[in-house]
Design a protein around this ligand. Structure first.
Ligand code: 3HC
Length: 285
């Protein structure tokens, strides 16, 4: 499959990552089918897209007409059969191997044999996800960053069986969405989360062990190293449940140096998941 053969892009999962991917694909001119299991998730995905497009219009990054055209290119659905005619599908469901494998089983049955199947997984094995597809050469990782419409990077992840053509297409597709890519081998956490997660967990431990107040840990890292957000703010932005899931996968695969911080587990157990629940390391309106 070549880039100019891709007309319709499927996105499975209308959450933060899925709706962001749907938005940037539609903005680049692709027809998009965004699927989630319930209509309320699809509707919430469209709300995020509307909000994000409005912000891009306010910043003059898009005209109102371009934003409206992009919005008009996205169809929402709960029916997996509506993905049948997609040329490329990006899966962005929850970070659970069983769920992802079940999505890929459905996609292999529903879509044509030429359809390229990508997963947005942040830490799980591309090779294991692709194991349920008869021809895993067409499966790769396309790991977008949150917030997708703003962040320029996409990690292209190479599974054991990912084909050269699939890989080239992954880079070309992401670049067509005005992203920049790098390649990572299918090893836990790839580049970004392998390095980011211990940094976040160390920030949490530093706070828990009384090194400094939350805000001073974040100020120290933003002022001291010029990153846009410190570890605690960034954990809240990503979602503490997502951070814990990623940390646990890394811990399981790579050993003790990846152990999640105790306070991270306690906050997730308490239901304080960051911005999305109104409280994490900070409080939100
Ligand atoms: N859509 C459109 N515009 C958006 C947006 C969205 N979803 N989110 C933020 N923006 C816009 C805002 O409207 C704002 O525009 P303005 O300057 O005209 O008001 C602009 O971006 C800047 O936003 P804010 O003023 O709210 O705040 P910041 O200046 O702090 O920028 C940020 C927000 C872009 C999120 C920035 O803080 C940042 O880059 N943070 C780091 C994010 C990061 O590291 N992401 C990667 C996480 S790792 C990951 O995703 C991997 C996963 O697997 C865990």
């Amino acid at each position: 499959m070549e880039l100019d053969e891709i007309d319709t892009v499927g996105v499975v999962g209308a959450g933060t990552m899925g709706n962001g991917i749907a938005q940037v694909a539609a903005t680049a001119g692709y027809d998009v089918v965004m699927r989630d299991v319930e209509q309320r998730f699809v509707s919430a995905g469209f709300e995020d897209i509307d909000d994000s497009l409005d912000r891009l219009v306010a910043r003059d990054e898009l005209t109102r007409e371009e934003a409206d055209r992009a919005r008009g290119r996205i169809d929402g659905t709960t029916d997996v059969d509506d993905l049948a005619d997609c040329d490329l599908v990006v899966e962005a469901v929850t970070e659970d191997m069983d769920v992802k494998q079940s999505v890929f089983t459905d996609l292999a049955e529903t879509c044509g044999p030429e359809t390229v199947l990508a997963t947005n997984t942040s830490t799980l094995s591309i090779t294991t996800i692709a194991g349920v597809v008869e021809d895993p050469e067409r499966v790769l990782g396309l790991h977008f960053m949150n917030p997708v419409p703003v962040m320029k990077g996409v990690e292209v992840v190479v599974g054991e069986k990912t084909g050269e053509e699939t890989l080239a297409l992954g880079h070309a597709f992401a670049e067509d969405l005005e992203k920049e890519t790098w390649e990572a081998d299918d090893k836990p956490g790839f580049v970004v989360n392998r390095i980011l997660m211990p940094w976040i967990n160390e920030g949490i431990r530093a706070y828990d062990e009384g090194v400094a107040e939350e805000a001073d840990i974040d100020r120290g890292m933003t002022l001291g190293t010029n990153v846009p957000m410190g570890p605690l703010e960034l954990a809240d932005h990503i979602g503490l449940d997502v951070v814990l899931d990623a940390s646990e996968t890394l811990h399981e695969e790579l050993g003790d140096r990846y152990q999640p911080a105790y306070l991270l587990k306690r906050k997730v157990a308490a239901g304080d998941l960051g911005k999305k629940t109104g409280a994490g390391f900070y409080e939100y309106d």
